[in-house]
Design a protein around this ligand. Structure first.
Ligand SMILES: NC(=O)C1=CN([C@@H]2O[C@H](COP(=O)(O)OP(=O)(O)OC[C@H]3O[C@@H](n4cnc5c(N)ncnc54)[C@H](OP(=O)(O)O)[C@@H]3O)[C@@H](O)[C@H]2O)C=CC1
Ligand SMILES: Cc1cn([C@H]2C[C@H](O)[C@@H](COP(=O)(O)OP(=O)(O)O[C@H]3O[C@@H](C)C(=O)[C@@H](O)[C@H]3O)O2)c(=O)[nH]c1=O
Length: 306
């Protein structure tokens, strides 16, 4: 099996490379926007903002495309919606078109921000979408383009993603906590912080199910899955837990004051959903049980401490 991983320098892409599970399952090619890897290694060049993806796909002829590349700057997307739409929407349609023509599977990631956040119970996979901002609209366009392409696909919606590396809320909190006595963090947006380690494990398990499945089973697997940790908290709850866990491992000398505030007290260019909790129960039917969000946080803190 030939596998192409797109976006290998991102949080999730890097976790896939470090995990080694894709390379263990086939001949792995990794691609980044500029052809270099965070560790100094070389990669294929795949810039999703530009045309020409077909040429690379034709050269590599992957059986599986794992697309972790995305425009993820939620606030900046409000000013750069065309670019976000190109990378997260149109380019995903192009991947799908190539995959449909060549019998390849596309494993693609999407987000809780496709929902408007007005629900009060976890969103099932078929709940009506209604993105509040440009990033969410662009990710929804990617989901729709991939589904319309006719390619075999797994769309894995996740949320509040963090890792020991990369750009994420956990690392932002640790940086700001070292600089300030007090942090003010919104306590009225709820979601499930999800580690890249969890997403990698669940993705590989789904890929294994796909490879072992017959045509009927593949029809049941195909579509949208919610790959998020179980349980939920607010950004304030997540920040408080980050500092507690970091302090318990002596990663920080003191715990800053973490003051709960409302969304209105922390104005941002993009509106974010108040309720971002995704129902992940469907994955249990495929033998995949996702642990509470606090488990992933402790694992990640252990890695940072190690
Ligand atoms: N981060 C989160 O909280 C969440 C993420 N998701 C989704 O999960 C997936 C993985 O996200 P995550 O790893 O966190 O994202 P990151 O922002 O960490 O990584 C995204 C990667 O995509 C690359 N990229 C951006 N633009 C292009 C482009 N034009 N061509 C090629 N590559 C590009 C970036 O490249 P470069 O390194 O050069 O900038 C970066 O390496 C995405 O689909 C995202 O939408 C879903 C829910 C939550
Ligand atoms: C830095 C900071 C943020 N916040 C708030 C702002 C916002 O409501 C919330 C999270 O802020 P961030 O900008 O870090 O996170 P954000 O970029 O909104 O994170 C999102 O990224 C995209 C890619 C996704 O797909 C989503 O699932 C989600 O993870 O925390 C505070 O309240 N205080 C602070 O000091």
């Amino acid at each position: 099996m030939k596998i192409l991983l797109l976006g290998a320098n991102g949080q999730l892409g890097r976790s896939f490379v470090e995990d080694g599970g894709l390379a263990a399952r086939g001949k792995l090619a990794v691609a980044t926007r500029n052809g270099s890897l965070w560790n100094g290694g070389r990669a294929e060049v795949a810039d999703l903002a530009r045309p020409g993806l077909d040429r690379l796909l034709g050269q590599l002829a992957p059986d599986v495309i794992v697309n972790t590349a995305a425009y993820t700057a939620v606030d900046r997307a409000e000013q750069e919606e065309a670019l976000a739409a190109r990378v997260n929407g149109e380019a995903v349609g192009e991947l799908g078109a190539w995959a449909a023509a060549h019998g390849a599977l596309v494993v693609h990631y999407s987000t809780d921000y496709v929902f408007d956040g007005s629900a009060t119970a976890p969103y099932p996979v078929d709940a009506p979408t209604g993105p509040l901002g440009a990033y969410g609209r662009s990710k929804l366009a990617g989901e729709e383009a991939l589904r319309a392409s006719g390619a075999d696909h797994l769309i894995l919606r996740t949320a509040w993603v963090y890792a020991p590396h990369g750009h994420n809320f956990l690392r932002t909190m640790l940086r700001l906590g070292a600089e300030r006595e007090e942090l003010r963090v919104v306590a009225d947006q709820y979601g499930a912080p999800t580690s890249t380690a969890l997403i990698v494990r669940a993705s590989l398990a789904l890929l294994d199910r796909w490879c072992d499945a017959d045509a009927t089973e593949r029809r049941q697997l195909q579509g949208i899955h919610h790959v998020v940790a179980s349980g939920y908290t607010s950004w304030h709850g997540f920040a408080s837990a980050i500092f507690d866990e970091a302090h318990a491992r002596c990663l920080i000398g003191r715990i800053p004051k973490v003051t709960p505030i409302t969304t209105a007290e922390f104005p941002t260019p993009a509106r974010r959903p108040a309720w971002s909790v995704l129902d992940n129960a469907g994955l249990r039917h495929h033998g995949i049980d996702l642990p509470d969000w606090s488990v992933g946080l402790r694992e990640t803190m252990d890695r940072l401490a190690g």
